[in-house]
Design a protein around this ligand. Sequence first.
Ligand code: MG
Length: 463
Amino acid sequence: MSDLFAKRKLFGTDGVRGIVNENFDVFFASRLAMAIASYFPPGSRALVGGDARVGNPAIYGAVLSALAACGSKVYDGGLAPTPAIQLAVRDMGFDYGVVVTASHNPPQWVGMKLILSDGIEAPVNVELEVERLFFENRFRRVPWHEVRGIEKLPTVNDHYVEAIKRHVDREKIARKGLRAVADCANSVAALTTPRLLKELGVKVMSVNADLGIPYRNYEPAPENLEDTAKVVKALNADFAVTHDGDGDRAIFIDRRGRVIPGDVSAVILIDYIARKRPDLPKRVVTAISTSHFLMKENVERRGITVIWTRVGFVNIARRIKELGGALAGFEDNGGFGYVPHQPVRDGGMSAALMAELLAETGKDLAELVDAVRKPTIIRTKVPLPDRSRVPEVYRVLKSRYGGKEVIEIDGLKVIADDYAFLVRPSGTEPIMRITVESWSSDLANELAEELKRIVTEVIGSRA
Ligand code: MG
């Protein structure tokens, strides 16, 4: 399976991305969309939607045209969060969807994601087939009388907001009189999250809620959320939800202005979902990059099984489907999927669950965060100019740290009693990422230094 992932030339962990009018222009977008439409039978129903990136209008129209030219019946969903498009594809019986988005990448980027009829991103074998059609120029140009009209579908966001509302108790939330800040990253979440929370009876103050050139980086990382955190503190709001450019991630801020890491909010939400929905299978699915000790201490101790996958939410969502369900799927960057709604990450759904959790428990988010036991986690990296050295790195580390639990689904994860580490080449940059965790910060720091030294030596030496 790992060989297949390495064979991809266009698709990365999350669709195809590039810089508008540099390596991702209208010709490229058209050809990629033609390859996608050619993969599906003629007459397939396709839903297209996108985020509010400034470069998108140059790409979006090309995608609509190219899909129609290759025989798909195209519906234009317009500006919508990625999870709203995904939900519409699944619920409205589309054969596939294309989302024009580069998620959290900087503003000059654009991208495309392919969604299958189940609402989940295409798996690697489909991506490879689309790439083959792309590189071999095997496009199905249909005869003139088979080109269908492009229809507007203006109900994608309405369907999405209504669907989320059905999964939470509006009365309970409204009675609590919560006050929240919604930071919409100047993109499509502005069309759904403030409205959703308001309709749930939460008093919402929106920031970065106009569409266009973003005031902050699209990534909801702590360094980009300092202003929003100040707003939360000044208002003494119960919480803030902050999104990325396509609204599939939700990073929360507590009353004290602390940006809560995505894995910590996931632990809090999982604990709540397990009590809210005792009928669901007691398991969660997450990527191998998530902290082992955080899960062991706060999730497995509550009788919930943790299933590990490769990095990339598509792997988490597809695994949930194979398993026949779970409480949730998540990654540590704020991607969280509430499975009874949809198994893909969904920033709006996460915000609604957080509101319900706070109303139901009567607790303050800051208190809940303090109650999560968090190991020390050190993230570092070393240059990796030559990827062929990776197997040798794994071999040396396995012999050096032998006898421990070893997981090799994506990189090398070694788990011992008092520490765990993951060594994994980046999917996008020529670097080797090293993540070390332990309850002892001294041990974590020492081990991170040691691993950095060993990995650098092995990469630098010649076999
Ligand atoms: Mg995203």
